[in-house]
Design a protein around this ligand. Structure first.
Ligand code: NOJ
Length: 568
């Protein structure tokens, strides 16, 4: 038993109900004062995470990297980047996390490596057709002199997904595939050396004590044989993210995850995975969490749902159904380091238009006060749903996207790669405010030699951990309270729910034993259940106890004679 009472060897697997905190390490806490978050900073803030009440943390890539895509361009799978610390510090961190009764997941990036990785350097120095090139996806170009890319695939950050190289003899040569930046060449997962290298990598970190991995681009590892065009001449554009897509969510990818599951299960305290898989709907997602595959997978449909009861209920119900069919718990998430913070998403009208990227939203009018109320309500909704949940750093402070970062500080590769048309993801990656009245808000020590790597808005002074800890109605107090209740209440975490029909504009459900949740999106105030006590509310209730718009409430429902389950 760990000091805080968490039992690390409980019978129900811990991950079925876990609340896991995403640490975007560059922006979490800076220990050495260079303006960039690091392991030392994270270690100093571990008591905060334990006190917040999460079960585990997921640390975004900390491996050596030229940082062309925030560390998702890994040049050494088995090391720690100097900006973040040393392997010894990583080992100490893992021990400290465990001592606090928490667990730790790392980020595994199997779809691509950095172009500075020795394997890619060797591939560049080797001729076409060599074993060194066979680890990546090199192809001859089209056109008489190979001057056209091998197919029409595009990079996620804009532009073609192919870059041509100069061969060892100095002449223009083959092209290599990169679904992300040119600095992230895709690996060929039909190559056995690639498979062995990642098995070795997982074992290395498992032996160091990590409890699992978040799998980056889990839906992208396998490419269709022959690398067919996305859009054959004359036909309609291929539908996005379907089983027939040439590089997303291919059925063949599951065989890889079956082998990883076997690897993870071989440990006495089995290790776990969470998939980052952007796929087409809950049935496709559930395929990643079949019993012999990955344990969990982020549910991005929930993240992308507008603040509206219909899409919310639809996505929750469909997710529960699809996951139940394979016996896996759903994994709810409201934001991460790639998506617009939910305060800013929900500040926009629920008009069905896209919300994932800042560029989708930036020109649309925002009501941030409403966004904040809704984000708080969404947090109670998420934490009441069956399964596990992820919290992205700063979400518990109610931070909004920083939408007005000056052009010259933008670091997301999408900004350059799109020819300065997409501002990208920096607005959700601004370093966390911990304390004090002005930047760096305790993110860096007072002796810091550099400002935070992205500038913090001065009005974050009221949203520091210090300021919010002192406020009874702050978002941090709400998260702490909800996480404490969730841990203690037998109905919460893994399990099921039953919908209760209430007026249009609101959602309500009960969970056994004795728990009810009402979320009012935009309707008239909603009656609470009979014989129920408010456990926690995301905002003030009406004087008569009814739940107003933009508000969620958890109720403890007393059993009533003659009713086998609590009801309205
Ligand atoms: C998903 C990561 O979360 C994102 O930050 C990264 O740019 C891409 N995968 C490529 O690795």
């Amino acid at each position: 038993m760990a000091p805080n009472g968490r039992n690390l060897s409980a019978v129900t697997p811990w991950w079925r109900s876990a609340v896991i905190y995403e640490v975007y390490i560059r922006s979490f806490a800076d220990g050495d004062g260079d303006g960039v978050g690091d392991i030392a900073g994270l270690r100093s803030r571990l008591p905060y995470l334990a006190d917040l009440g999460v079960d585990a943390l997921w640390i975004t890539p900390w491996y050596p990297s030229p940082m062309r895509d925030g560390g998702y361009d890994v040049s050494d799978l088995l090391g720690i980047d100097r900006a973040f610390g040393t392997l010894e510090e990583a080992r100490e961190l893992i021990a400290e996390v465990h001592h606090l009764g928490l667990r730790v997941l790392l980020d595994l990036v199997p779809n691509h490596l950095s172009d500075r990785h020795p394997w890619f350097q060797a591939a560049l120095a080797a001729p076409a057709g060599s074993p060194a090139r066979a680890r990546f996806i090199f192809r001859d170009g089209r056109g008489p002199a190979g001057e056209e890319p091998p197919n029409d695939w595009t990079s996620n950050f804009g532009g073609p997904a192919w870059t041509r190289v100069t061969g060892p003899d100095g002449r223009l040569d083959q092209w290599y595939l990169h679904l992300f930046t040119p600095a992230q060449p895709d690996l060929d997962w039909t190559n056995s050396e690639v498979r062995e290298e990642f098995a070795r990598t997982m074992r290395f970190w498992f032996e160091l004590g990590v409890d699992g991995f978040r799998i980056d681009v889990a839906h992208g590892l396998i490419k269709a044989e022959g690398l067919p065009d996305l859009q054959p001449v004359g036909s309609a554009p291929a539908p996005d993210h379907t089983a027939s897509h040439p590089h997303w969510d291919r059925d063949e990818v599951h065989e890889i995850y079956r082998s990883w599951r076997a690897l993870a299960d071989a440990y006495a305290d089995p290790r776990i995975f969470v998939a980052e898989a952007w796929v087409n709907g809950p049935e496709r997602l559930a395929r990643y969490v079949r019993p012999d595959e990955l344990h969990t997978a982020f549910n991005f449909d929930f993240l992308l749902a507008h603040w509206h009861p219909s899409p919310m209920r639809r996505t929750i119900a469909a997710t529960l159904r699809a996951h139940e069919a394979v016996g896996a718990p759903p994994t709810w998430v409201l934001s991460n380091h790639d998506t617009v913070r939910e305060v800013s998403r929900y500040a926009r009208p629920a008009d069905g238009r896209p919300v994932r990227r800042l560029d989708d939203l930036i020109a649309r009018p925002a009501d941030l006060a409403a966004g904040r109320r809704r984000a708080r309500a969404a947090a109670l909704l998420m934490l009441a749903l069956p399964g596990g949940a992820y919290i992205y750093q700063g979400e518990e402070l109610g931070l909004a996207e920083v939408e007005d970062l000056p052009d010259e500080v933008l670091r997301d590769p999408g900004w350059e790669q799109s020819g300065h048309t997409r501002r990208g993801r920096d607005g959700c990656r601004v370093p966390i405010p911990w304390s004090g009245l002005e930047p760096p808000f305790g993110f860096s020590p007072p002796s810091a030699s550099a400002p935070p790597w992205l500038p913090q808005p001065p009005d974050w002074r009221s949203q520091t951990v210090e300021a919010e800890s002192a406020e009874e109605d702050s978002t941090l107090t709400l998260y702490r309270g909800a996480l404490r209740l969730r841990r203690a209440h037998p109905a919460l975490g893994d399990g099921t729910l039953r919908w209760i029909e209430v007026q249009a504009g609101a959602l309500a459900f009960v969970r056994e034993p004795g728990f009810a949740c009402i979320v009012n999106f935009w309707s008239e105030p909603v009656e609470p259940p009979a014989e129920a006590d408010v456990m926690i509310a995301s905002g003030p209730l009406q004087d008569d106890g009814r739940v107003p718009a933009d508000t969620a409430v958890w109720f403890a429902v007393r059993p009533r004679p003659g009713l086998s389950s609590p009801g309205w």
